[in-house]
Design a protein around this ligand. Structure first.
Ligand code: TRP
Length: 467
């Protein structure tokens, strides 16, 4: 077991898990999903999903990981339910798919750091062109994947855990600064209104589907990443308070990222909010113009620091995404860690190439699929819809059923009690019982069936049932 490593302290685990959770999902994906999902209506759904469905799944994943001290596939086998290790296998597939496009976007962010250092604020207006330069962004993607692989190959507790203790709070303060700045700009109020005042007519199945996927994605749930991380947690640590901290930190940062973005969008569009729904390019198109407005010196400093820290936040997430398949290969197939790391990283990079090329450079991957609804999507959109919006909630669904009915609640309670005296008589226990046994399986199951049949097969079950 020596090569599995471990966290140097409880804080080490929390920081690493929070580092996994906080990343591009909060600062890149969340704002554009809110923008595309009609603003506050999306935000509300997202918050409800995070606290009611995802938090209990997080506690369960960490508990399974700590109990078994294994990777997501081995964990289910060790508990005596070999067939349920399919959850882990699906998780490993999702991890590979997510990392394949995540690494591409991380490369964009890192490239933006360099553009900002050079004072090239025009890159925002030319974002469409920037992402078609496949050699340049391909180079950044290689650098990013190699850095991730290097860190994972050196074991888990080393330098990044320490670095994230300083860098994550710094990112937090920069975002706060930008939020305050955004409030001083003309039309800021219109952006805040878009973000915080819900228009319920905006809610439809698509929005629910995306909000749920976003909640799982942002919290790194549903694929066993936290089973893997939980396997490094000590028996004296309180899983519930750790999970609560991770959830609050993650949701808090996403919330602030939105609070900073929409006033900026309002400012740059004279309050029309046009372009808020533009999708994955949102922050990359908007932020350079904002940094430019700070003047040449301050703009370069704030802009480059922002994208450097964003790249770092992405790095702690790519590390956790790569960690899952690697730990699986090391534990279950007795491959040497360094060999496993570099092989998996290479495969993931290759799987990501169509996502890298499919944003205008290569037409085939750019207009890759047309859904029954008539929407044409890129290869990257398809991978994202399948992995984060479909597989992760499905994983969460299966994990909750497994914990409540197969492994049994009593065993889950037992594990959570270690490090949390009085858990069994607490309100938290009742809340977890209700969510894990009923709310998660029912709500996740219904949303899964409705959306998959509509989105991928063009069958609207709602219409069939009610009209
Ligand atoms: N949560 C990360 C983010 O928001 C992405 C991520 C890291 C992730 N590890 C994961 C998503 C595991 C799902 C599963 O940027």
């Amino acid at each position: 077991m020596a090569n599995r490593g471990g966290f140097s302290s409880k804080l080490g685990f929390i920081m690493a898990a929070a580092g996994s959770a906080v990343g591009l999902g909060n600062i890149w994906k969340f704002p554009f999903e809110v923008g595309a999902g009609g603003g506050a209506a999306f935000l509300l759904m997202y918050l409800a999903f995070c606290f009611i469905l995802c938090f209990p799944v997080m506690v369960t994943e960490i508990a399974i990981g700590r109990k078994t001290q294994l990777n997501p596939v081995g964990a289910f086998k060790a508990l005596g339910y070999k067939r349920w290790s399919i959850i882990g296998k699906m998780g490993i597939l999702s991890g590979v798919l997510i990392l394949s496009f995540y690494n591409v976007v991380a490369g964009w962010a890192f490239g933006y750091f360099i553009e900002m250092v050079m004072g090239n604020f025009e890159v925002g207006a030319n974002f469409g062109e920037y992402i078609t330069n496949v050699f340049k962004i391909g180079g950044y993607a290689i650098v990013f994947m190699a850095t991730t692989a290097y860190i994972v190959s050196k074991g888990i507790s080393a330098g990044i855990e320490r670095a994230s203790k300083i860098l994550m709070p710094t990112l937090f303060f920069i975002i706060i600064g930008l939020v305050l700045y955004s409030f001083t700009l003309p039309n800021a109020f219109k952006g805040v209104q878009f973000y915080l005042v819900p228009d319920f007519s905006e809610i439809n199945l698509e929005v629910v589907f995306n909000a749920l996927g976003q909640a799982f994605f942002s919290l790194s749930l549903g694929m066993g990443a936290l089973i893997t991380y939980g396997s490094y947690v000590g028996k004296k640590d309180n899983i519930v308070t750790s999970a609560a901290f991770i959830t609050l930190a993650d949701v808090g940062i996403a919330f602030l990222a939105g609070l900073m973005m929409f006033p900026f969008v309002a400012y740059l569009t004279d309050g029309t909010m046009e372009g808020a729904a533009q999708g994955p390019g949102l922050i990359f198109a908007v932020l350079p113009g904002v940094f430019e407005s700070l003047g040449p010196v301050l703009g370069v400093i704030v802009g480059s620091t922002f994208f450097l820290l964003l790249s770092f936040a992405a790095l702690t997430s790519t590390v956790s995404l790569l960690e899952v398949p690697v730990t699986y290969v090391v534990d279950e197939h007795q491959v040497k860690r360094s060999r496993a790391v570099w092989t998996v990283a290479m495969i993931v990079f290759l799987v990501g190439l169509p996502s890298l090329m499919g944003n205008g450079a290569v037409e085939f991957f750019t207009s890759f699929v047309t859904y029954p609804s008539g929407e044409t999507k890129t290869f990257m959109d398809l991978v994202e819809n399948l992995s984060s919006d479909t597989f992760l909630p499905l994983g969460g669904f299966m994990i909750s059923i497994f914990a409540a009915y197969i492994w049994k609640k009593e065993n889950l309670h037992e594990e959570i009690s270690s490090g949390y005296d009085g858990f069994k008589t607490s309100f938290v226990r009742k809340f977890l019982d209700v969510t894990i046994s009923y709310l998660c399986p029912i709500i996740l199951g219904i949303i899964f069936i409705l959306t998959v049949s509509q989105k991928f097969f063009g069958v609207s079950l709602i219409d069939k049932l009610f009209y």
